[in-house]
Design a protein around this ligand. Structure first.
Ligand SMILES: C[S@@+](CC[C@H](N)C(=O)[O-])C[C@H]1O[C@@H](n2cnc3c(N)ncnc32)[C@H](O)[C@@H]1O
Length: 346
């Protein structure tokens, strides 16, 4: 009975997360392994970045990342400490007609005995602590990348590590030398992954790509040096209001947006931009809005409420003004250089 339930749950997850596995004969692992897997869309995006001869995934898990990321390689190796999980992956890859070496070993043991050199190593460490609210450090992951960094870099041209978007990028760069690229990947504006690329080769600057998949697809590319050298222009709200995609906000790129798109920022701590002329290629949401007084907010009217750099959260605003959630119109509660403001869509 338990086995049947596991397979039904697996199919349900696959429908949303990895539909390529909805095939006769595919076996699904327990829920935790499904939850730990990447989605087909983020794995597919990452696969377009990597290519070479030999690929190894040291934390195979259910093998979703490995399946996509290894597509542009000739030889593929999967390492996984959990024997039942690796057996399932080997079985499924047989059904999918994909060849690989499946190694059931602790990756630290594998690395110390290994003499092969790879073009790319991929790791998607599992979190030891499931407490989602805690700020987490690299030491909280299994494996701890800090412990094996040197070994990894002497085993491959590039090392690619998937991390939770909750990780602090400044902290990451300060503790992990050799990062030359970061991908911040969001799906439908929900930031899912921060993927870092490491190499022993010295490279100038860290390239950051902020991507949004599945809705208004966009990529915004910059280096931290670009952001440091950029200066924002400030203004009170004009006709068009811009809210950047969450992958961009996560990367902490604020002044450069003002410079690159010729937009004015409302306040140093308000990451909302404005212009008189519409800039259609902006990577984020664009509204046409006007400033209103708080007494113009009518009770029982329906609005989508956005609160940014404002003392009250949307729920508190709803309560205070007696407004209903939803509908087509937006209210933005925020701050410009002059102080607290309310913007209403026109
Ligand atoms: C987050 S999951 C990987 C999911 C995978 N990227 C996917 O898309 O399906 C991490 C996996 O790494 C494995 N793992 C963690 N530490 C390991 C270690 N030291 N040696 C080998 N495998 C390890 C865990 O058993 C788990 O299956």
């Amino acid at each position: 009975m338990q086995e049947i339930v596991q397979q039904i749950k697996g199919k349900q997850t696959a429908r949303k997360k990895f539909p390529f596995l909805l095939k006769e004969g595919i076996i699904f692992p327990p829920q935790l392994n499904l939850e730990q897997s990447s989605s087909e869309s983020t794995a597919h995006y990452k696969s377009e970045i990597l290519k070479g001869n030999k690929f190894i995934d040291l934390t195979s898990g259910f093998g979703i990342d490995a399946y996509y990321l290894s597509q542009n390689f000739n030889e593929v190796t999967l390492v996984e400490q959990n024997p039942e999980l690796l057996n399932i992956v080997e079985h499924n890859w047989g059904i999918l007609n994909r060849k690989a070496s499946f190694i059931n070993q602790n990756l630290e043991d594998f690395l110390s005995a290994n003499k092969e050199y790879f073009d790319a190593i991929y790791l998607d460490p599992a979190r030891r602590d499931q407490n989602k609210n805690k700020v987490f450090l690299l030491e909280d992951l299994s494996p701890d990348i800090l412990q094996i960094r040197e070994k990894l870099l002497s085993t491959a041209d590039q090392v690619v590590v998937k991390l939770s978007p909750l990780i602090d990028l400044k902290y990451l760069i300060s503790v992990l030398p050799g990062i030359f690229r970061i991908e911040i990947i969001a799906v439908k504006n929900d930031v899912k992954e921060a993927v870092i690329f490491l190499s022993e080769e010295k490279r100038e600057g860290i390239m950051v790509n902020c991507t949004n998949l599945e809705s208004g697809e966009s990529v915004f590319t910059f280096t931290f040096g670009d952001e440091e050298n950029a200066g924002a222009v400030y203004a009170e709200p004009e006709k068009f209001i811009y809210i950047p995609n969450n992958s961009i906000l996560k990367a902490g790129v604020f002044n450069l947006l003002s410079e690159r798109f010729g937009l004015k920022k409302l306040h140093p701590n308000t990451h909302i931009y404005t212009s008189d002329q519409k800039v259609s290629n902006f990577p984020g949401r664009i509204f046409e809005m006007e400033s209103i007084e708080s007494k113009q907010v009518k009770k029982k009217e329906q609005f989508n409420i956005i609160s940014k750099n404002y003392p009250l959260k949307p729920d508190e605003i709803k309560k205070k003004y007696g407004i209903k959630d939803g509908g087509e119109s937006y209210l933005i509660f925020t701050q410009s250089k002059k102080g607290k403001i309310i913007l209403k869509s026109v």
